[in-house]
Ligand binder design. Structure first.
Ligand SMILES: Nc1nc2c(ncn2[C@@H]2O[C@H](COP(=O)(O)OP(=O)(O)OP(=O)(O)O)[C@@H](O)[C@H]2O)c(=O)[nH]1
Length: 442
């Protein structure tokens, strides 16, 4: 073998290796690559291109790029023919809309390599186009609202309920600056007026019903409170699967309705308030509790119930008259409202019996609050008609933690615990445990 033969052999091997590497690159490239002759005849095609172009070729015979795209980009053949320069970019990122079973947008970049060869780069940009369109829509939508409305805050929320962007309306209604971005929207609630479970419930409700509306106290950046109506709705066309953290997925419309609160309050009071004590009445309690337990079934978490009963209340009535007894009930209502959180539902459910539902609260935490309340009541006799009326309460606490039955079952358990507290001498808090159920049966 001559030296020249060896060199030629080396060069051949190198070329073969380069060719192999090129083929591998073509095969594995995450975008579609097609090399064609000047008339569009396909010389080389990688799997991504074949996958994108196959559905367009009715007869399944993928031999010419221009033929394959004739139905969706008929101008392509002429575009190439009219490209006079010996090489260069014929088109860059041309969007081709394909109306198949699921509409698709392809991006095509076509390069003229020389007089006889073209290279096409294809990519599916459907999601990207959808996101861009959504962004433009949202901007237009918000822009239109911002210019004409003055007493609303329009807050974009991401999929987890965090504020996604700041705007003038947020500042106008809540006084918050750009630091509010990234914070959960519970930042607008006074302390104790919501739980993180509740904020997620609202998003879920908005997903299911198209919107979620509520009304209640909110807080400004300077700590002052206002009464607000708040509506959350999912943004149109949003695709939850492609939403990035921080990207707007919901719109929260927060409206300051403090001036209408008086009228609203009067109506609400007549329907849902206990006239003697000012806390919720039995009807409001059962409505709110059913709603909470319904949410609980969908997104399990502990919900606690405390049943409280004034001890020897008959004696108080007998000693101080019915009006004296009423004064004690009013006092209990005030202590209850001050001790529990705003998000807890405090109600008078019977003559001298109160119930408190504590969302997202376990047994130990509920027992601790009930115990605090018991201590407060015992330590503060009620001033009435020149006398000080001593009063104590007994409480039963139960928790619904997924396996407990519905509201009836929860009430029954709390009642059994309350009965145990009375039986054990009153002025005490008892927690429910299974033995109480068998005792009650006996
Ligand atoms: N002042 C007043 N008394 C009420 C009201 N509703 C019910 N009561 C009275 O509350 C008393 C409840 O008495 P009982 O059920 O015997 O219970 P108790 O005396 O508190 O005894 P224990 O619960 O066993 O500690 C009755 O005398 C009722 O008349 C009300 O709105 N105002």
């Amino acid at each position: 073998m001559r030296v020249g033969d060896v060199r030629a052999g080396d060069a051949y091997d190198r070329l073969a290796a380069e060719h192999e590497a090129l083929m591998q690159f073509l095969y594995l490239a995450p975008v579609g690559l097609v090399q064609t002759a000047a008339d569009g005849e396909i010389l080389m095609i990688n799997p991504v291109s074949a996958q994108l172009l196959m559905p367009l070729q009715q007869d399944g015979n993928l031999v010419n790029l221009f033929d394959a795209l004739a139905g969706v980009a008929p101008e392509l053949r002429h575009l190439c023919a009219a490209f006079a320069r010996p090489r260069g970019m014929v088109c860059d990122g041309l969007h081709i809309h394909v109306d198949g079973r699921t509409p698709q947008v392809l991006s095509l970049t076509l390069l003229k390599l020389d007089e006889t060869r073209l290279m096409a780069v294809l990519a599916d940009v459907t999601q990207q186009v959808r996101r861009d369109r959504q962004l433009r829509q949202n901007e237009a939508w918000l822009g239109a609202l911002l210019t004409s409305i003055t007493d609303y805050a329009l807050v974009g929320l991401d999929g987890a309920g965090r504020v996604s962007a700041w705007n003038e309306t947020i500042a106008r209604v809540t006084g918050h600056g750009e630091d509010v971005v990234g914070q959960p929207y519970s930042v607008f609630y006074p302390q104790g007026a919501t739980t993180s479970d509740h904020t997620h419930d609202r998003l879920r409700e908005a997903d299911q019903n198209g919107w979620s509306l509520d009304e209640g106290p909110r807080v400004r950046a300077d700590g002052s409170e206002f009464w607000a109506s708040a509506m959350i709705s999912p943004l149109p066309d949003r695709d939850a699967d492609v939403a990035e953290p921080g990207e707007a997925a919901y719109c929260l419309v927060l409206r300051d309705v403090s001036d209408k609160r008086e009228a609203l309050d009067a109506r609400r009071k007549s329907l849902f308030c206990d006239h003697l004590t000012g806390v919720a009445n039995r009807r409001a309690f059962f409505e709110a509790a059913e709603l909470e337990l319904d949410r609980n079934r969908r997104a399990p978490r502990p919900t606690a119930l405390v049943l409280l009963d004034a001890d020897h209340f008959k004696r108080i009535n007998d000693c101080h008259g019915h009006a004296g007894g009423d004064a004690v009930l009013r006092h209990l209502g005030q202590l209850l409202a001050a001790t529990f959180r705003q998000v807890d539902v405090v109600a008078r459910v019977g003559g001298e019996e109160f119930a408190v539902l504590l969302p997202s609260t376990g047994l130990d935490a509920a027992v601790a609050v009930a115990e605090r309340l018991r201590g407060l009541v015992a330590g503060r006799p009620v001033a009435y008609d020149g006398a000080h009326i001593a009063c104590t309460v007994s409480a039963g606490v139960a928790v619904c933690d997924g396996e407990a039955p519905g509201l009836d079952g929860l009430m029954k358990r709390a009642d059994q615990a309350l009965y145990a507290a009375k039986a054990a001498g009153r002025d005490r808090v008892e927690r429910w445990h299974p033995a109480l159920a068998s005792e009650a049966r006996r």
